[in-house]
Design a protein around this ligand. Structure first.
Ligand code: MN
Length: 381
C-alpha cells in the first residue's frame, strides 16, 4: 500500500511580481503529477496550501484542474485539506479545492473529516489558527476515535507544531494523537521526518523556493514529495526530489573581488537553461551602493530574471548589531499584540501581525488579500 504525500505547492504565487516565477510553480506541479503517474501509488495526499491565495488566478486553477483530472483518468484518488493560504481568516469559507470535487478530489473538511481507502483510514482537518486550536483538538479526538478499528491510519493536517516552530506554532506536539501510522503534515516548508507515537510524522516541504530563506534547506534536503509505504509495521518513506526549473544564485561577494566574482557568475549562467535569480550581497570596504549597483546591473541585466542585491559596506559594521540583542527586546509581534490589547479581539491582532509579516518580509499582494478576506469575513458573519 503506497501513497504520495505532498504539500505547499502554492500555485498562483507570482514571486517578485514575475510571471516567469508563477509559471515555475505551475511547472513543478506538472512534474509532480507526471512522477505520480509513473510511480502508480494507490492514492495521493495533499496536506494544504495547494494555492497561494484563497482566490487563485485562473491560470493556477486550470493548472490544478489539469493535474487532478490526469490523476482521475489514471484512477489515482487524491485527498486534500486546506492550508492557511487556501482559506484565509473566514469562518466556514470554502477553499478552492472544493472546485475539483467532480474531478475526483476528496476534500478533508469539518463536514467530511475522514475517508476510507481500502482498509486505510484517512482523516484530518483544514488549517486552524492558534486561537481555534481548542476546536482542532476536539476534532482530532473525534477523528482518532473514528480511526480505531482500521488497520492503517493516516492523519492529514496543515499546522505548525511547537517542536519545530517555537515562535509561530498553532498546535503543541502533545496535542496530536499518537495512534496514527503516518501523520501527513503541511505548512512548514522544510522537509521533516520524525518518529512520532506509533508511527511517523512528516512534512514534505514546499515544492518550489517560496522564500529565499528556503534555499539552504533546498540545497541540503532537496524539494519534492514523499513516496510512503504503509504496508509494513512502520511506514517506509522515500524522499523524491525534483529538479526545479530555475536556479537561485546566492553569493556573498567581497567588494575587492567584485569583478572576478561577476565573471565567475556570468560563466556559470552560460551553462543554465533558464535565467536565474540572483541574490547577491556585496560586503567589505567603503563603496557606494549606486556604484556597485551600476556594475551588477550592467553585468547581469540581460542574463538574469531578477537581480536582488544587498550592500554591506564596512561603515555599517560599526553600528550596534541587532542580532546581539535579546530576542524579546525586538519582538515586534509582541509589541503589536500589546498595543492592540484593548480590542480584546484576537483575530484583529492576528491580522495585524500577519500584515506586518507580509509587508515587511513577504508579499504585499498577499497582505492585500489578507485584509480583503478579513473584511469580507466580517460582513459575512
Ligand atoms: Mn505553505
Amino acid at each position: 500500500m503506497q501513497f504520495i504525500h505532498m504539500a505547499d505547492t502554492h500555485l498562483g504565487y507570482r514571486q517578485y511580481g514575475l510571471s516567469e516565477r508563477e509559471d515555475d510553480f505551475l511547472e513543478v506541479f506538472d512534474d509532480i503529477i507526471e512522477e505520480t503517474v509513473k510511480e502508480r501509488p494507490d492514492f495521493v495526499i495533499h496536506s494544504g496550501d495547494l494555492f497561494e491565495y484563497s482566490r487563485p488566478p485562473t491560470k493556477a486553477l486550470l493548472n490544478a484542474q489539469k493535474g487532478i483530472l490526469r490523476l482521475k483518468n489514471e484512477k489515482i484518488p487524491i485527498y486534500a485539506t486546506a492550508g492557511n493560504h487556501d482559506i484565509v481568516m473566514r469562518k466556514n469559507a470554502l477553499p478552492p479545492q472544493i472546485l475539483y470535487k467532480d474531478f475526483g478530489l476528496k476534500l478533508i473538511s469539518p463536514k467530511n473529516p475522514y475517508y476510507h481507502e481500502g482498509d486505510v483510514f484517512i482523516g484530518g482537518a483544514p488549517y486552524a489558527s492558534k486561537y481555534n486550536s481548542k476546536d482542532l483538538i476536539d476534532r482530532l479526538e473525534k477523528i482518532e476515535k473514528a480511526s480505531q478499528n482500521h488497520k492503517k491510519r493516516i492523519l492529514v493536517l496543515h499546522q505548525g507544531i511547537d517542536l519545530y516552530l517555537p515562535y509561530e506554532y498553532e498546535i503543541k506536539i502533545g496535542d496530536i494523537p499518537k495512534t496514527f501510522n503516518y501523520c501527513a503534515f503541511g505548512h512548514i516548508h522544510e522537509r521533516i521526518v520524525d518518529d512520532f507515537g506509533e508511527g511517523k510524522l512528516a512534512y514534505p516541504g514546499s515544492t518550489e523556493v517560496w522564500r529565499s530563506n528556503e534555499l539552504e534547506g533546498y540545497r541540503k534536503n532537496g524539494k519534492g514529495f514523499y513516496l510512503v509505504d504503509v504496508g509494513g509495521d512502520q511506514p517506509e518513506i522515500e524522499k523524491i526530489n525534483l529538479k526545479l526549473p530555475r536556479e537561485f544564485i546566492k553569493e556573498n561577494i567581497k567588494y575587492s573581488e567584485l569583478q572576478e566574482e561577476i565573471s565567475k557568475i556570468n560563466n556559470h549562467i552560460k551553462t543554465l537553461d533558464k535565467k536565474p535569480i540572483l541574490n547577491l550581497t556585496v560586503h567589505g570596504g567603503n563603496f557606494s551602493r549606486s556604484e556597485v549597483y551600476e556594475k551588477l546591473n550592467k553585468a547581469f541585466k540581460d542574463n538574469c530574471l531578477s537581480l536582488r542585491p544587498k550592500y554591506l559596506p564596512d561603515i555599517l559594521e560599526n553600528t550596534p548589531n541587532l542580532s546581539d540583542m535579546p530576542r524579546d527586546a525586538l519582538d515586534i509581534k509582541k509589541m503589536i499584540r500589546g498595543s492592540l490589547e484593548d480590542f480584546k479581539n484576537e483575530e484583529v491582532s492576528e491580522l495585524a501581525t500577519d500584515l506586518y509579516k507580509e509587508m515587511s518580509e513577504g508579499d504585499p499582494a498577499r497582505a492585500t488579500d489578507l485584509a480583503k478576506n478579513f473584511y469580507e469575513g466580517l460582513y459575512d458573519n
